[in-house]
Design a protein around this ligand. Structure first.
Ligand code: HAM
Length: 415
């Protein structure tokens, strides 16, 4: 075999597509019910958009982006996530002027050059939503409810919601300094990744997955102990709204997430059915980002969820959809004129939204019948010289074996 898929990418084959389409249709239905409208942005953007929004020092920007120079020497990047591009589109198209609150969702492929493993791909798919224009905690909670509702409608009930607040431009700087002072005391014992973060992004050190790092930072001060009044109030509102909705959650004071744009709320949904790559969805508020990208000062909040990981959970729970499309009617042609007639007739029926199929391979009657069976056709009509002359044939129900006489000029499929 000469050409193969690139490491970390996957074909989604026809046998798997029912699961994807099912997830997508539930996503679209729930998004519609919550009044989010779909947005589709290009798969690649100017590199600066992602560097600026996600943060130069994040893993995504510093080591995972697919960045290249195009023929006019412009630096472009395959989108590693959907938020930055959505905000770019919001600013560029003045969506904020059409209405004070814009609620949009997206479904599509994202690209990150990570080390591939189960649940971690280089081209993966996300669905996500962004609510732009309001700072109300109602929307923080709405963007948590959206994925949870989608999971529930897909039949998943085993997940954990972790929430935190990373503060705002008012209270975070002082806390950051305080944390840095503590981190510098144990600097030499921290992992190299965490050492690199102490000066630029100390909050991320708390979120380190390294056991030793976690031990060293165990008793360090948390953002929640240093909130300004507004952040404290906002976080308390988010919590009480979740409680009012009877949504179980856990406060994780160390949750920071791997993107730098968050202010106030950050959250993650994990599944107990997944292994180490257990994050099903993540999101949070980013009240400074739109302005940072050149728009008017506008608050925003959103989430994104991995589709491959969701499908893994569904499969582990035995909830995968595996139905395949099957033809309603399969024509079996006994000779060449009958095959041509069937081809033309099938085209006519397809225009009436009947999935009709014919033989294209000049197969024997026996193997056409075998093919109709393999494709699980609901009905079969055998056509030859005699049938074409009399315009009469038999419609065979493949489930029951029952045959009924029909006119070839007026084929009706029993409903
Ligand atoms: P994220 O946490 O980077 O957030 O990604 C969200 C979800 O995408 C993850 O929880 C995971 O399910 C999936 N995912 C991420 N990387 C991979 C990968 N390499 N392979 C498979 N699945 C993956 C964001 O992308 C933010 N834009 C979320 C957001 C929206 N925040 C505010 N609005």
């Amino acid at each position: 075999m000469k050409f193969r898929t690139i490491k970390g990418t996957k074909d989604i084959l026809p046998d798997e597509i029912a699961g994807w389409q099912h997830v997508e249709s539930v996503v679209r239905r729930v998004m519609h019910d919550f009044n989010y409208r779909e947005i589709r942005t290009p798969a690649f953007e100017q590199t600066g958009l992602f560097a600026r929004s996600i943060g130069e020092l994040t893993d995504i920007v510093s080591k995972e982006m697919y960045t290249f120079l195009d023929r006019s020497e412009e630096s472009l990047t395959l989108r590693p996530e959907g938020t930055a591009a959505t905000l770019r589109a919001y600013i560029q198209n003045n969506l904020g002027e059409q209405s004070p609150l814009t609620k949009v969702y997206y479904i599509g492929p994202m690209f990150r050059q990570e080390r591939p493993q189960a649940g971690r791909l280089r081209q993966f798919h996300q669905f996500g939503a962004e609510a732009l224009g309001a700072s109300s905690p109602l929307l923080d909670v709405e963007t948590m409810v959206l994925p949870l509702e989608i999971y529930k409608q897909l039949g998943i009930d085993r997940f954990a919601l972790k929430i935190n607040s990373v503060g705002c431009e008012k209270c975070r700087p002082a806390y950051k300094q305080l944390l840095q002072t503590e981190l510098r005391k144990v600097f030499s014992q921290l992992s190299p990744d965490s050492q690199a973060r102490v000066e630029q992004n100390p909050l991320r050190v708390l979120d380190s997955k390294n056991e030793k790092d976690r031990e060293l930072t165990n008793n360090m001060p948390l953002m929640s102990e240093h909130f300004c009044e507004k952040c404290a109030l906002h976080f308390a509102s988010v919590r009480s709204l979740l409680e009012a909705l009877s949504i179980a959650y856990e406060v994780d004071g160390r949750l920071v997430r791997g993107l730098d744009y968050y202010t106030k709320t950050a959250f993650e949904i994990t599944s107990t059915a997944l292994g180490s790559q257990d994050a099903l969805a993540g999101g949070g508020r980013y009240d400074l980002l739109i302005e940072e990208l050149g728009g008017k000062s506008t608050p925003g909040v959103g989430f994104a969820a991995g589709i491959e990981r969701l499908l893994m959970v569904l499969s582990k729970l035995g909830k995968s959809k595996q139905t395949r499309a099957t033809p309603i009617l399969y024509f079996i042609g006994l000779d060449e004129p009958a095959r041509i007639w069937a081809f033309l007739k099938a085209n006519e029926l397809r225009r009436q939204d009947i999935c009709a199929e014919v033989d294209y391979l000049g197969r024997s009657v026996k193997s056409q019948m075998r093919e109709a069976n393999r494709q699980q056709a609901h009905y079969v009509i055998v056509v030859g010289e005699q049938e074409l002359k009399t315009k009469a044939a038999k419609l065979k129900n493949m489930r029951t074996g029952e045959e009924t006489s029909i006119s070839l000029d007026d084929i009706k499929i029993p409903s």
